[in-house]
Write a new protein. Structure first.
Length: 152
């Protein structure tokens, strides 16, 4: 999905933004759009399906529909925010290990950088960071693109 309705200048660079509808993710998207305007960049919004997208009951008769509805809700929320901010963008719903998916997308579009919301905090975030499992940590240690962390 993308916004082809507006006549914007051709983008001179690309930005990749991780998206999950959390407040930090929304802050990252807003910052990326502002940066994209300054840089005349195209924004690639990437949502990576995870456990939060999965229905609670794996045996539900409408499991697939619930899962697709969750993914669509992410897309709609991103689209609403992007349309409000007036950006040149494309939305990508993907699956896989978040650092690898984001790095691959950045490589595919030759992105200047990857923009992420700062870690959410809390016990799980602390454990992930301590164990070197945060997405930002893995991106900066194993991939070659710049990573910009945006606070909430």
């Amino acid at each position: 999905m993308d916004n082809t309705d507006e006549p914007l200048r051709p983008a001179t660079t690309e930005l990749v933004v991780g998206w999950d509808r959390q407040p930090a993710s929304a802050a990252a998207l807003q910052f990326a759009v502002g940066l994209a305007r300054r840089l005349n960049a195209h924004v690639h919004v990437v949502h990576i399906a995870d456990f939060d997208d999965m229905p609670v009951d794996p045996d539900a008769w409408d499991y697939e529909e619930q899962f697709h509805a969750s993914l669509e809700a992410h897309a709609v929320a991103a689209r609403d925010l992007l349309d409000e901010l007036g950006a040149n963008w494309t939305y990508h719903a993907m699956h896989g290990r978040p650092p690898d998916v984001l790095a691959d997308m950045a490589e595919d579009v030759d992105a200047l950088m990857i923009v992420l919301g700062a870690p959410r905090g809390g016990v799980h975030s602390f454990i992930d960071s301590f164990a070197g499992q945060s997405v930002a940590h893995q991106l900066t240690r194993r991939h070659s693109r710049a990573v910009l962390l945006v606070p909430e």
